[in-house]
Design a protein around this ligand. Structure first.
Ligand SMILES: Nc1ncnc2c1ncn2[C@@H]1O[C@H](COP(=O)(O)OP(=O)(O)OP(=O)(O)O)[C@@H](O)[C@H]1O
Length: 344
């Protein structure tokens, strides 16, 4: 455990989600080696004793490599799966025991599946949600208007869901999950497969929802920009165990991440030597130097500028994806949307 932050004390009434030593074990059968007929039983510990609390109004990213146990956790939090062990409360409710009572308090969006009626115009799905949840008429109209405005659904309400693009459908799904004013919103891969414009719109909406309504959000994602732009806190799960729970800055520290200085010199020169930096590589007159992410860039930049003939200089922010990949036993994928700030 790198930095398991105690977010709130036990018994704190503001805790909306309480998870203690939660476990889910699946019994799977697989064919025994060397025999077509013998089948051996095997246990998969999908969630292996995790504990956390989420306070009302928090936006928490829940990340981990494929098969880490994210979806299994969300399914237990929504009451779809019954835990094999441990304790779980959402808004004071045991999800597996009171699934329908809980449904009124939570909203769920699974990025890869839709909860909308495929053949019906979008608005008809919303009317069905209105009736299913017995949402008061005024509240429904108000929530629908707000979602339509912020998610830009105006021109889509009469379009059958099957004709919507992935991004339009996702926005439609998010609205459907929010019409009954849930206190908690679970999002499983909310931006998966979306183009950059749709991603930005969805992220903007979620930020606004949290700020305006104080809706607590727990989201799983493989897109770390979602985390960087939305989440004040991130939980990392690997092989069913929490390996990190804390802020983004702490994640960089925990991963021992480095920032890079990209230096464009007037001409090709031997490797730059400046205290507190590590020469990484050179390509013609361009050189890359690494320095600890926790250190200030200013003295490093000043020292390089004073001693070397410069054309340009920029700082490359630590690649969060690489930091997290270090935490996973399985490794991770390359760089994505790493920030680069020009200093000249
Ligand atoms: N119904 C099931 N029966 C047996 N094993 C299961 C079942 N559901 C999940 N698992 C196993 O549990 C582990 C965790 O799966 P889970 O779907 O929770 O991971 P995940 O972190 O959501 O992965 P991904 O990012 O790929 O969706 C995996 O090894 C998976 O194969």
């Amino acid at each position: 455990m790198t930095d398991l932050r105690s977010v709130t004390e036990p018994g704190d009434v503001t805790d909306l989600i309480e998870v203690e030593a939660l476990e889910k074990v699946f019994a799977v059968r697989r064919r025994g080696e060397g025999s077509r007929w013998r089948r051996e039983k095997r246990e998969v510990r999908a969630v292996d004793g995790i504990s956390f609390r989420v306070a009302r109004g928090e936006v928490v990213g829940y990340i981990g490599p494929n098969g880490a146990g994210k979806s299994t956790t969300i399914k237990m939090l929504t009451g779809i799966l019954t835990p094999s062990g441990g304790r779980l409360r959402v808004a004071g409710i045991d999800p597996a025991r009171e699934r329908s009572g809980l449904a009124r308090r939570i909203g769920v969006v699974f990025g890869q599946r839709t909860t909308l009626w495929w053949d019906l115009p979008l608005i008809d799905s919303y009317r069905l949600v209105h009736r299913m949840y017995r949402i008061p008429d005024g509240r429904f109209a108000q929530n629908l208007e707000r979602c339509v405005e912020l998610l830009d659904l105006g021109g889509l309400l009469d379009v059958p869901v099957r004709q919507l693009s992935l991004g339009q459908r996702m926005r439609g799904d998010i609205a459907a999950a929010l019409l009954h004013d849930p206190e908690v919103l679970y999002l499983d891969e909310p931006t998966i497969g979306l183009d950059v414009v749709s991603k930005t719109r969805v992220r903007g909406f979620l930020r606004e929802l949290n700020a305006e309504r104080g809706t607590t959000i727990l989201l799983t994602t493989h897109d770390l920009t979602d985390i960087e732009q939305l989440c004040g806190r991130v939980m990392v799960i690997d092989h069913g165990r929490l390996v990190y729970d804390g802020g983004l800055a702490g994640l960089h520290e925990a991963g021992g991440s480095e920032r890079q200085l990209v230096v464009d010199l007037e001409r090709e020169l031997p490797p730059i030597e400046v205290a507190g930096t590590r020469f990484v590589r050179a390509e013609g007159a361009r050189q890359w130097l690494a320095f600890p992410a926790s250190a200030s860039a200013a003295p490093v930049v000043a020292a390089v500028a004073e001693r070397y003939p410069l054309v340009d200089l920029s700082v490359r922010e630590p690649d969060i994806e690489a930091v997290i990949a270090k935490m996973y036993d399985t490794g991770g994928s390359g760089t994505q949307e790493a920030g680069e700030k020009s200093l000249m």
